[in-house]
Design a protein around this ligand. Structure first.
Ligand code: PMP
Length: 356
């Protein structure tokens, strides 16, 4: 590496995005296959007309719309260039020393170790349990005096598993007040659990100033291409986040699209039922073909294929369906539209594939 660049960067992996090929079915990035609604594209077009002007740096209208929808105050909401930017900013506002620890389960969202190491802090990983679910007892036990922040991805990417409210509350009660708990709810809208155990981080955070919730417009709201996510938490945390934001990092188009999407949310959220039905259909077909597939609460399924994962991913690409292999752990397959999912299931349930 060049002498200008800090030497430790060599050891930090770059974020690897889901691949894409013209003509291939892409089930690799947990996107939605539904196109934006006409009301959203109209808002986008209107915002484009004003592109010579900077956007609102504080995203007041968008944050206000999110606050109204969630029943919180403007001061409780920050917007970011995707929730991944907020992950990075959360580490920036909590960690300063090399011994500062960022704790999270593994496997979980691949950006957590990257943003931690880029900030010069220490990533501490706690293995998922045998059901590919957060081991919250082990996570709580791994907290040290150096722990600054804990990311809990619920539902978890890439395994799709989730913890219910009672389990999350039990965990939160064990975390010292000076440790920030980030409940990353990127897939919140795909969660289906009984109301009494439904783990809604925003509700859990109302009485806990050390809880911060991340959500995004990239998944159920279908705006992955525009990059907008948000954080909900105590005003002090939100103010700190806004200090480290890159100025104007949420574009005018992204802000307008997100506001229009919130206005159309009942229609957009109805779409999640179709995705959930497809996800469950895929899971059932895969289980019938002999795969182990953990219960998913998100818009994807996890196949814990171990050492076969890379080769399996390559074979799926070869068959025209791009999925996402994760080292020697497994592959993640996004629920797309029924035809796309059928294309994957044809590959996956082919006796030749099963026998691999
Ligand atoms: N958190 C989790 C768990 C994710 O899976 C993702 C996207 N893959 C993100 C955050 C970031 O999403 P975005 O930046 O598009 O909001």
């Amino acid at each position: 590496m060049s002498a200008h660049i800090r030497p430790d960067l060599d050891a930090i992996p770059a974020y690897v995005a889901g691949k894409t090929h013209p003509g291939a079915v892409k089930l690799a990035s947990n996107e939605t296959t539904f196109p934006p609604l006409p009301s959203v594209t109209k808002a986008i077009a209107e915002a484009v007309e004003l592109s010579n002007r900077y956007p609102d740096n504080h995203a007041i209208e968008l944050r206000g719309a999110i606050a109204d929808f969630l029943g919180v105050q403007l001061e409780n909401v920050a917007a970011g260039c995707g929730s991944v930017a907020l992950c990075q900013e959360l580490v920036q506002i909590t960690c300063r020393r090399p011994e500062d620890e960022v704790l999270f389960a593994w496997r979980s969202f691949e950006a957590y170790p990257i943003v931690t190491q880029v900030a010069g802090a220490k990533a501490v990983q706690v293995p998922l349990d045998g059901e590919f679910t957060h081991d919250l007892d082990a996570l709580a036990a791994a907290i040290t005096p150096n722990t600054r922040v804990v990311f809990v991805c619920n539902p978890n990417n890439p395994t799709g598993t989730a913890r219910g409210k009672a389990e999350i509350v039990e965990f939160l009660d064990k975390v010292p007040g000076d440790v920030l708990v980030v409940l990353d709810e990127a897939y919140f809208e795909y969660l289906r659990m009984p109301a009494e155990d439904f783990p809604n981080g925003v509700e859990l955070g109302r009485t806990r100033p050390n809880v911060l919730v991340l959500r995004t417009f990239s998944k159920a709201y279908g705006l992955a291409g525009l990059r907008v996510g948000y954080a909900v938490g105590a005003p002090e945390v939100i103010t700190a986040l806004m200090k480290v934001h890159i100025p104007f990092s949420v574009s005018r188009v992204a802000q307008a699209a997100a506001i229009a999407s919130l206005e159309a949310r009942s229609e957009l959220l109805e779409r999640t039922d179709a995705v959930v039905a497809e996800r469950d259909r895929m899971r059932a077909a895969l289980i019938a073909a002999g795969y182990r597939v953990p219960v998913s609460h998100s818009n994807f399924v996890w196949l814990p294929l171990g050492a076969r994962s890379a080769e399996y991913g390559a074979a799926s690409t070869e068959a025209g369906v791009i999925i996402r292999p994760y080292g020697a752990d497994g592959v993640r397959v996004t629920a797309g539209d029924p035809h796309e999912n059928d294309a994957f299931l044809r590959f996956a349930t082919d006796p030749e594939t099963v026998a691999r």
